[in-house]
Design a protein around this ligand. Structure first.
Ligand code: DX5
Ligand code: ZN
Length: 218
């Protein structure tokens, strides 16, 4: 499978959002990563539906939505209507994860489950075959620009082993602190999709930064 880069718009310039969306459209990036935070599940609020709608109107690539919210079932239908391709909920925010995953898939989206840094990949053993994507958080969710947690490599390797053991086709996505310093090593450990926020949008030439990241993980 071709390895993917998903720039996180959390690090975009919101006063020039259309410009930054067009940059991603024109780049070698594969997906748009959208971080939705509610100020309850995580100690930060990002943006809501009107902004997602505006992004959806301009984005020409897959929308990968990462919900950092409590009780995510309330918004599954809304994100389906906003043309999300992947909808990822947090393991830690779902009392009935199996039901939530089925509801996402019934709405026509691919279902993702995100794991906080302290959450073991083994907790997905009974449900991994139902999940289209696991988002391994390599920082504590809530903010861009944090340092990458080194233990992530081992988690990715363990998750890859679990996916293979269960004959699943689940994608492994890494989110937080991704840069050229860890991209290749994450892919070698078993990752499929790398989310990158501040490394892309904080660089002088985001198009070239994305191009270089793609080369490193090819
Ligand atoms: C963190 C978000 C990430 C964030 C990544 O809670 O889920 O997607 O935007 O940003 P960087 O790449 O700056 O760590
Ligand atoms: Zn994210």
């Amino acid at each position: 499978m071709i390895k993917k880069i998903a720039p996180s718009l959390l690090a975009a310039d919101f006063a020039n959002l259309q410009r930054d969306i067009e940059m991603v459209n024109q780049s070698e990036a594969d997906w748009f990563h959208l971080d939705i935070m509610d100020g309850v599940f995580v100690p930060n609020i990002s943006f809501g539906m009107p902004v997602v709608k505006a992004i959806s109107n301009h984005a020409k690539k897959i929308l990968d939505v990462h919900l950092m919210i409590v009780d995510p079932d309330r918004y599954i239908q809304t994100f389906a209507e906003l043309c999300a391709s992947f909808l990822t909920v947090h393991y830690e925010a779902c009392n009935h994860l199996h039901r939530t995953v089925q509801a996402i898939k019934s709405s026509g989206m691919q279902a993702g489950v995100a794991l906080n840094p302290h959450t073991s990949v083994q907790l997905l053993e009974s449900i991994i075959q139902e999940i289209d994507l696991v988002c391994v958080m390599s920082v504590n969710p809530g903010f861009g620009g944090q340092s990458f947690i080194e233990n992530t490599y081992q988690k990715v390797a363990d998750l890859r082993e679990l996916i293979e053991k269960k004959n699943a086709t689940t994608l492994i996505e890494i989110d937080g602190g991704v840069s050229s310093a860890n991209a290749r090593k994450l892919i070698t450990a078993g990752a499929d999709v790398l989310v990158a926020g501040s490394f892309v949008f904080g660089s002088d030439d985001p198009i070239t930064t994305i191009q270089n990241l793609k080369k490193e993980i090819a």
